[in-house]
Design a protein around this ligand. Sequence first.
Ligand SMILES: [Zn+2]
Length: 146
Amino acid sequence: MESLSAKSRAASQLRQRRHQLARQFGIPQELVGNSLVLSHRRCGKANCRCSSGPGHAQWTLSHSRAGIRQVEKVPRAWVEQLERAVLETQAFVDAIGEVMDINLKLIRLSKQELKKKGSSKNEPPRVSRRLSCLSHAARCPLASLS
Ligand SMILES: [Zn+2]
């Protein structure tokens, strides 16, 4: 994909990190932003043709992560290939969301089945320490507070 083909050292480092993530989590490497939008803007120059029309066309690709919106303007020539990538990205993100929805429903159903069996007496002891502390229990001050 031409829009992802930068050759610099920085680009190659980014590609390495992407490859690592893609392998570790089985993520397609060509995921892009999940929103590709065309807008029009007047440049403000009095003698520009845009002053009487809708304005200059500008495509922007974006996505949000941890509440921060990442936005990048993209050349018209790349829009077609990016459109396809955006659709694939949306489908992938939807699929992840659906897997999480399904697993929450399965947890709910499993709890209901457990209640029906009346096996609440066999519940394991409550775990009060945070799950994230388990992996570094030796160092974590919260791990000793159980
Ligand atoms: Zn203009």
